[in-house]
Ligand binder design. Structure first.
Ligand SMILES: [Zn+2]
Length: 257
């Protein structure tokens, strides 16, 4: 079983024109599946195209990122819901709230997130949540829409142990990017060290967040997920191959790959 990069943005401009080389390098690094995330309508369509072109390797998850909230219209929400019917779509999102960058007006962010949750509630796919400094608003919205105990991942988790515990309380999980490899991420490393082995998932969030030891290499790419796997294997004290197998199995089960 090979590595899976459970969250990357292969469609983002930083990676344009490099897809063949990126896939070659990820293959060499032992990565055999990549979930690419589309964050608005046109990006979602490109993500689905990629998944159709590379059915062995690429799957798609699409939704409106909170950064996009200000420009989303009711017609856009309807069009996104149509895309969710596409068989290449393994998850809905990323969607959520970002009070760190605040690119979208907060009440607009909440309404676009809530509208997507209402649409997602009746569907079988899991959710990919983007949450930054907004957990106290994200949790009630998820509960209101019936997601208690359902498949929900808070991708690129960077919160506190208390926040991780709150997420776990509702049966949801978190996933780890290269941020866990940064020397200053001691709190996150403590969370990752104890995180249940049957839930652990890893992601690059490429083109962002290059992990140690390639932290200065931009853009980040799915091949680098092996550095995150190596780091976590050392942190958790188990052989690299075992960690790869665990995370791949968890990711397959979660996304139904
Ligand atoms: Zn993302």
């Amino acid at each position: 079983m090979g590595l899976i990069d459970s969250h990357a943005h292969l469609t983002f401009p930083e990676l344009h024109g490099q897809l063949e080389a990126i896939l070659e390098r990820s293959d060499e690094a032992g990565v055999n599946q990549i979930i690419t995330i589309g964050v608005n309508l046109s990006d979602a369509r490109t993500a689905i195209d990629l998944a159709e072109r590379y059915p062995q390797t690429i799957r798609a998850a699409v939704g409106f990122h909170p950064h996009e909230a200000d420009s989303v219209t009711p017609a856009d929400l309807h069009a996104m819901a149509e895309l969710w019917n596409d068989p290449t779509i393994v998850a809905l999102g990323e969607m959520g709230l970002d009070y760190h960058y605040d690119f979208g007006d907060r009440s607009k962010q909440r309404s676009i997130f809530a509208r997507q949750l209402a649409e997602a509630a009746g569907r079988p796919q899991p959710l990919v949540i983007h949450c930054r400094e907004a957990l106290d608003d994200v949790i009630p919205l998820l509960l209101e829409h019936g997601f208690e105990g359902r498949r929900v991942v808070f991708h690129c988790f960077t919160g506190s142990p208390q926040e991780a515990a709150k997420i776990a309380q509702h049966g949801w999980r978190i996933s780890f990017t290269g941020i866990v490899t940064f020397p200053k991420s001691t709190e996150l490393q403590a969370i990752a060290r104890e995180y249940p082995s049957d839930q652990l998932m890893i992601e690059t969030d490429a083109p962002y967040l290059s992990p140690v030891p390639v932290r200065n290499r931009r853009p980040n790419e799915p091949a680098h997920v092996h550095h995150i796997a190596r780091f976590l294997a050392d942190l958790r004290g188990l052989p690299y191959d075992d960690l790869v197998e665990e995370t791949a199995k968890n990711t397959r089960d979660f996304f139904g790959l």
